[in-house]
Design a protein around this ligand. Structure first.
Ligand code: DGT
Ligand code: CA
Ligand code: CA
Ligand code: ZN
Length: 646
């Protein structure tokens, strides 16, 4: 289906043609849905639906089809619709009755369309029979059990509607980092390409690499002479569903998936994860998603201050501002201004007296601080560390030489052992760990002991070959063992003894989430004590925007792991790099680091592409103050082999 929020697409500035094929397909889809909501004749509804679907699948240049008049010869495009589309494409205006349809439909009903699995027919029925016109009223009707008795609905549909409302509200509030960055980077690139823009930078929580993003903040540096033209060009970019406000220096927008030059797809998702974030409805919800964005336009000499301010966090800014006050300076989004000189002046006028900064680093230097990387700006000790010039030397993707938790076709991976190894080598890694699922996890095609051991022999053969050829690459052979009742591992000890390492993970989430912290923690401590256990996989089982993890005292777990490490037994905590997880949470990384518990940044890849999730793991690790030496990933194959034997 065509992506986008439920408003008629805005024309492109440089038409004709004023709309893309996708935008037209989207507009037709909206008309069909609105007609159905209003109870229009089914044939009329269907003609718009068919036209929308047809446009979505043509391969010809749609602009050409319309401008040449060939559109009138297409099946399913009548005279009326053909003229309407021609007019839209050549003049940039949708037919007035399409606008009227939007205006005459209660916004609450349109909002209900965002509830997964709920179509216009059922919305119309519920509006008529229950009198509901808003999502809140619909929720109340479901909670009061007024939907289930309706013909064709029942208890199950009622529950699904309630779940869908819950999902929708979660989605509206915040988006995962990977999704936020996808919108944010696409938007930033489009703005940076506008004539007259010196620099456009994604600020806010996206720049700080928070695991979820509320809204996007972009800071744009532009000379006063170009200010108006650039602001106008931003408002005309593709992908803007709506403009919430456009002031002198601040523009507030809603972006939708038409911002992506290619059609929006989420790609493969582990079924277990998919289930937690909305199942089959998830992709549709993402494709119809939106995100708010705020753009600030400032002249170049002010930009570093604006960027620092809107990068935040608010807590970091407050400490910075206090530090400035202690030095007789006033820090805000316009400058770093000596109190005595600016007097009563405010904003840009006061900024004329500001100390100079051409980069953010200059602002920190004025305050006797080392430059603080954006990920660390959360007021968790970074200012003291910057004052003492003792900030961590954060890990980078380039430091990563390998990762331990990855799957192949032996369990539920999409790629073979050979394909995974090949991709890891192409990424510049010098080692890769293979840890397929264990037998108990039947839904993930957990491998039997025999198959696992056979995989080990294949790996040994490859390793020998590479060694003989002088290739600096090797595979490590492990397993992702389910944690069984009583904190046991899923293979007998003699099988485990054949492996290089074990990633122990909880998958029986329903059971673990149904228990209290004490019991869960005890089982984890037991499984950590097993001599074969090397890594604790996705330590809480949380799925971002999906489900909470099970209750567990991770401080106790980390302290227990620290004892083992002190005694020379390697016990590492996983930072699962999947953007759906980012588990261990970055807030606890610093604690692991302090205790000397190594962090294993693991993409948990189920495909070749999955390996590149390492980038999100590195973002979260950086946010958690992690340096290369705090991880297993920065070790050479040789060093890791030595650690795994000890
Ligand atoms: P989000 O959007 O909820 O994921 O988180 P942020 O951090 O992007 O927050 P947002 O968009 O409300 O504001 C962007 C930055 O602007 C924020 O990180 C710090 C700065 N800022 C906003 N409001 C205030 C404020 O009241 N005081 C201070 N000191 N800074 C603020
Ligand atoms: Ca924000
Ligand atoms: Ca904001
Ligand atoms: Zn896994």
């Amino acid at each position: 289906m065509a992506g986008g929020s439920f408003t008629l697409p805005k024309p492109r500035p440089n038409g004709p043609p004023y709309f893309s094929r996708n935008q037209v397909a989207n507009a037709l889809h909206q008309v069909a849905v609105l007609l159905e909501l209003q109870g229009a004749n089914v044939f009329r509804v269907r003609s718009y639906q068919n036209a929308s679907r047809m446009l979505g699948s043509i391969t010809e240049d749609f602009g050409e089809l319309v401008l040449s008049g060939a559109i009138f010869d297409m099946k399913g495009i009548g005279k009326g619709l053909g003229s309407a589309l021609t007019q839209a494409m050549t003049e940039g205006q949708w037919p007035q009755d399409w606008h009227d349809l939007h205006d005459n439909t209660p916004p609450g009903l349109i909002e209900m369309l965002g509830i997964p699995g709920l179509g216009p027919k059922r919305i119309k029925l519920m509006a008529e029979e229950l009198g509901v016109t808003t999502v809140a009223e619909l929720k109340e009707a479901a909670t009061d059990n007024r939907i289930a008795p309706m013909k064709g609905f029942g208890k199950k549909s009622q529950q699904r509607i309630l779940d869908g409302i819950e999902l929708l509200s979660r989605f509206r509030a915040r988006r995962r980092l990977d999704i936020g960055l996808r919108y944010g980077e696409a938007f930033q690139r489009k703005i940076a390409a506008i004539d007259g823009v010196h620099r456009a930078t994604l600020a806010g929580s996206a720049r700080r690499r928070k695991e979820t993003i509320g809204d996007l903040d972009v800071v744009v540096s532009v000379d006063d002479a170009n200010h108006e033209a650039v602001a106008a060009a931003i408002l005309n970019l593709n992908g803007i569903a709506d403009v919430k406000g456009a002031g002198d220096s601040k523009i507030s927008l809603i972006l939708d998936t038409t911002i992506f030059d290619e059609s929006f797809a989420v790609g493969h998702i582990d079924p277990n994860v998919l289930d937690a974030i909305g199942g089959d409805d998830y992709e549709q919800m993402e494709a119809g998603g939106t995100i708010d964005a705020q753009v600030r336009l400032v002249p170049p000499h002010v930009e570093p201050f604006t960027l620092a301010y809107f990068t935040g966090s608010k807590e970091h800014n407050i400490v910075m501002r206090q530090r400035a006050i202690d030095r007789g300076l006033k820090l805000n989004e316009f400058g770093l201004i000596p109190e005595a000189e600016a007097g009563e002046l405010k904003g840009m006028a006061a900024a004329a007296f500001s100390l100079k900064a051409s980069e953010e680093a200059d602002i920190y230097a004025h305050l006797d601080l080392a430059y603080v990387p954006p990920e660390l700006r959360e007021d968790t000790g970074e200012i003291d560390a910057a004052a003492a010039h003792a900030l961590p030397d954060l890990i980078e993707v380039a430091n990563v030489k390998g990762s331990l938790h990855n799957h192949t076709t032996l369990s539920d991976g999409e790629a073979s052992l050979e394909q995974m190894a090949d991709t890891a080598r192409k990424m510049g890694w010098s080692w890769l760990g293979i840890a397929d699922h264990s037998p108990t996890l039947k839904i993930a095609n957990g491998a039997s002991a025999d198959d696992l051991l056979a995989q080990g022999r294949t790996i040994a053969t490859y390793n020998q070959q590479w060694a003989d050829e002088g290739v600096d690459f090797r595979l490590f052979h492990g397993v992702e063992s389910d944690i069984l009742p009583g904190g046991r591992l899923d293979h007998p000890d003699d099988v485990l003894a054949e492996l290089d390492y074990v990633v122990a993970s909880v998958h029986a989430m329903t059971k673990w989430r149904g228990r209290d912290e004490v019991e869960n923690t005890e089982e984890l401590l037991k499984v950590i004590d097993h001599p074969a256990t090397t890594v604790l996989g996705h330590p809480t089982g949380r799925i971002l925007q999906g489900r909470e993890g099970y209750e567990v005292d991770l401080f106790a777990v980390l302290e227990h792991m620290a004892d083992h490490n002190e005694a020379g037994r390697l016990k590492a905590i996983e930072l699962n790099a999947s953007p759906y997880r980012l588990d261990l949470d970055w807030r606890l990384c610093k604690h692991a680091k302090g205790l000397g518990v190594p962090v294993a940044i693991n993409p948990d890849a189920h495909s070749i592409r999955g390996l590149s999730d390492i980038a999100y793991g590195v973002m979260a690790a950086r946010k958690g103050w992690i340096e290369p030496a705090d991880t297993l990933n920065a070790l050479t194959g040789h060093e890791l082999a030595a650690r795994l034997v000890a």
